[in-house]
Design a binder for this molecule. Structure first.
Ligand code: SF4
Length: 334
């Protein structure tokens, strides 16, 4: 017999400032230049956002050589290596760089440490676009460290001149474990000048940790290729949720997940429009989980300017802000 059914809704959740900016950049590019606008890779890792933008005239491609010469191409929020920028230039493409400024910050760190001849241990997932972009800034200096276990075997040339950097969307706890193991082997390991794991990833993990302690089940809305969404499932399980699942859409929720469940925790990754979370809440309400309590662990009001290529509107006025104050907005999905 299930007692009082309720939902604990994590906050912050959903859209971060970098995703908001990237999605708006594609929309503005379509408005300004007309369809089609090409986008290299998924603009953000969310299938719903990508599908909505495709419907508006965006064409997603894997590499810039698929873009007709002279056309507009948007680089995704995950960033690109200098090799991709050059390839676009060589093809005469009009590039719009929607790389999140917090990813660009890590690129700059990589460039700076490489210039000072450090060996860079980049903690992140091999093959992820962001890791490819950052590593591409200094390919001769970067070694990717995939996991804490990798830290036990990675080889460096000079242990007195090593620094670690990281992908922005990792588990904070797992990354600290990787660093601990690296430091055991390389006591002179240098830290990055500031956190590479971004504020949005950290805030969403802190919120779900609090929710997970009291949740029989946690539902994370987010796509399978969204690193920060997948991490939220792992963190929920580590912090006490009896079960945790990731779904792209509400119809993926299986009725059996709710068997015997009193408290459902709900959150969403940094690339997820709020409309998808609302659909999950509606479904839960229909199943008797009408009592929804927000669990807020931080306020977010960060916004980024649009990419410079889009800051001037057609009449010459500056269009500086990405958009006003949407912590978890649903523009692409709404
Ligand atoms: S998750 Fe972090 S690094 Fe990635 S786009 Fe959002 S703010 Fe930027």
């Amino acid at each position: 017999m299930v007692g009082h059914k309720r939902v604990l809704l994590a906050s912050p959740r959903g859209y971060c400032a970098g995703v908001d900016r990237a999605v708006i950049a594609v929309e503005k590019a379509l408005e300004r230049f007309g369809a089609p606008v090409y986008v290299r890779k998924q603009i953000v890792h969310n299938i719903h956002v990508v599908t909505e933008l495709e419907a508006q005239g965006a064409i997603f491609i894997d590499e810039v050589d698929e873009v007709p010469e002279g056309a507009h191409v948007v680089f995704s929020a995950h960033g690109v290596s200098p090799a991709v920028v050059s390839a676009a230039e060589n093809r005469g493409l009009q590039a719009i760089d929607a790389t999140c400024p917090l990813v660009t910050k890590v690129h700059r760190e990589a460039v700076r440490f490489a210039r000072d001849d450090y060996e860079i241990l980049l903690i992140g997932h091999d093959g992820h676009e962001e890791v490819e972009g950052t590593a591409g800034e200094a390919p001769d200096h970067v070694t990717v460290v995939n996991s804490p276990e990798d830290a036990d075997t990675v080889v460096v040339k000079d242990p007195s001149k090593v620094v670690w950097l990281s992908q922005t969307t990792l588990s904070v706890d797992e990354t600290m474990e990787t660093v601990r193991r690296l430091r055991e082997r390389f006591p002179e390991l240098n830290d990055p000048p500031s956190d590479d794991i971004c504020y949005a990833t950290q805030n969403r993990q802190v919120a779900i940790k609090k929710v997970a302690q009291d949740a029989d089940l946690v539902i994370v809305v987010g796509s399978a290729n969204s690193s920060n969404s997948v991490r939220l499932v792992e963190v929920a399980l580590e912090y006490g949720a009896k079960a945790a699942y990731r779904v792209d859409y509400v119809h993926e929720i299986e009725q059996s997940w709710l068997d015997g469940v009193e408290t459902v925790g709900v959150t969403s990754g940094a690339s997820v429009p709020e409309v998808l979370v609302q659909e999950v809440l509606d479904e839960l309400s229909g199943a008797g989980y009408r009592d929804v309590e927000q669990v807020r662990t931080a306020e977010e009001d960060l916004m980024f300017s649009l990419p410079k290529e889009l800051r001037q509107d057609a009449s010459g006025r500056r269009d500086g802000r990405a958009l006003g104050g949407r912590q978890s907005g649903g523009r692409a999905g709404a």
